[in-house]
Design a protein around this ligand. Structure first.
Ligand code: SAH
Length: 459
């Protein structure tokens, strides 16, 4: 078989990657094709060839998969956001559940894992679920001010003020800001020449409180915004408007936010709840972007932790302490560990806001803090919860955890492959998987979240 660049071939798509690309095999040679779904028969053109695999571009669907739907968003294909909108939500759910099952089987060696897996916890409403949006601002060819999203892997802006996974109110917000910029001749930022003013529009919405934050990210300060009172007055008309802020970012950088914020109107933050726990969210704070499904995920973590009120619990990779505070409602004492100092500042603030005094936070690497604390105190925790980034846990941390011998370990994961690898180690060292929950936090993307409940075998 000789494949060449630009060659067109017919391909049947058999699988989907985590990134949401279709995968088909041409005489056994794997090809990744964006914009295709499992079951499509498609004409594709080779774009890139590596030794053992290649990439191709969709030319035409010859026979559409039964699971293919017309994406409701008109710019779904150009936009870098929703990679699998063309797959029915029913099928997306199946794909995500299978992906977790396959990783746990193949990488983890858990052959009968399906029996322990709950049905997927999918979204009731797989649209308008995100509470945070960051729109780059630019000009179209006619010189109109536009906002939207970057086309996949580029910095050209696809205009879109009505993104279907963002809260609906974003359109109303942009319908105020864009005409204001146009009318007052306030130039969008031009990243090539490092000129112009408005870089991004950031919005955050408290889904349980209805509070709205609008933050304009400027290559400058508020004094560069002509007729500012006019803008502020119009934004205040929107029900729920709570906080209007300018963030200054004068660097030549891809980073969206700078470090300095100035509140123009209202509060410096909005508030929101996950379950009964309240959070204050500023423009720079980390906060889960799908709070409804986050609640589902953390409720599962809490259920698998099976707390009765007297337990000592570690929450590793705790971020702003979302899981820690959730657990603290039911535990005697919770210890959270997180590498980013600012996240721990937020975690401590949120603990105080909720009058929780049974949580202690440490800044540092989990793989360093935990063994040091264990050596110092010798205390055996009842439960350890981990929620690491995609690369999973350091092996040394897993060994320390099993040496500490908690009754239960709850592993929350955003990458089924590293989850399976790490669970295998835990199970080789005295634990067994009791239950697995797959939670869909990001409909129309390939991302999947999993909670695994492990128990000590001898208990
Ligand atoms: N549990 C949190 C966030 C989990 S995301 C929540 O629910 O909100 C993973 C977190 O692990 C990030 O906040 C990241 O900063 C942190 N992190 C990454 N490497 C780490 C390490 N070696 N030790 C401790 N925290 C780490």
């Amino acid at each position: 078989m000789e494949l060449k660049k630009n060659q067109e071939i017919l391909l049947t798509i058999e699988d989907l990657t985590k990134e949401g690309e279709g995968l088909g095999k041409y005489q056994g040679f794997p090809l990744f094709v964006k914009d295709t779904v499992i079951g499509d028969r498609a004409r594709v053109a080779i774009t890139k060839l590596k030794k053992n695999y290649g990439y191709a571009r969709l030319v035409e669907i010859v026979e559409a998969s039964h699971d293919r739907v017309t994406p409701p968003c008109p710019v779904a294909r150009q936009c870098g956001g929703c990679k699998i909108q063309q797959l029915s939500y029913e099928k997306q759910k199946e794909f995500k559940w299978n992906q977790v099952a396959n990783c746990l089987k193949r990488i983890g060696g858990f052959s009968d894992i399906e029996e322990k897996m709950e049905p997927i916890y999918a979204m009731e409403e797989p649209w308008h679920y995100r509470n945070k949006a960051q729109y780059p601002v630019g000009l179209d060819k006619e010189g109109n001010v536009i906002a939207g999203f970057y086309a996949g892997r580029t910095h050209s802006i696809i205009p879109n003020t009505n993104c279907l996974i963002q809260a609906k109110v974003n359109k109303e917000i942009l319908d105020v800001i864009l005409p204001y910029l146009q009318k007052n001749h306030i130039p969008p930022y031009d990243e090539k020449n490092h000129t112009g003013l408005v870089r991004h529009i950031l919005t955050r919405i408290g889904f349980t409180t209805g509070e709205i934050m609008v933050c304009l990210i400027l290559n400058g300060t508020k004094k560069d915004l002509k007729n500012l009172p006019e803008l502020l007055a119009s934004l205040q008309q929107l029900p729920g408007m709570t906080s209007i802020i300018v963030n200054t970012n004068e660097e030549k950088t891809n980073k969206i936010l700078g470090s300095v914020c100035e509140t123009l109107w209202g509060q410096d933050y909005i508030e929101d709840y996950i379950g009964n726990v309240k959070y204050q969210i500023g423009p720079l704070s980390f906060y889960q972007v799908n709070p409804a499904q986050t609640k589902v995920l953390y409720s599962k973590a809490l259920e698998y932790a099976a707390l009765e009120g007297e337990e000592t619990v570690w929450d590793l990779y705790c971020g702003i302490g979302t899981i820690s505070l959730f657990l603290a409602q039911k535990a005697k004492q919770v210890y959270g560990v997180e590498i980013i100092k600012e996240a721990i500042d937020d975690a401590r603030r949120n603990a105080a806001l909720n009058h929780m005094d049974n949580v202690t936070f440490f800044v540092g690497k989990a793989e360093e803090i935990v063994p040091a604390q264990y050596e110092k105190t010798g205390v055996h925790p009842d439960v350890i919860v981990v929620d690491p980034p995609r690369k999973g846990c350091e092996a040394s941390l897993l060994h320390t955890m099993t040496a500490m011998a908690p009754k239960r370990i709850v592993y929350v994961s955003c990458d089924p492959a590293t989850l399976a690898r790490d669970c295998r180690i835990l199970c080789e060292e005295g634990y067994e998987i009791r239950k697995v929950a797959v939670v869909d936090q990001f409909a129309h993307t390939g991302h999947v979240e999993t909670v695994v409940g492990l128990h000590r075998k001898d208990m």
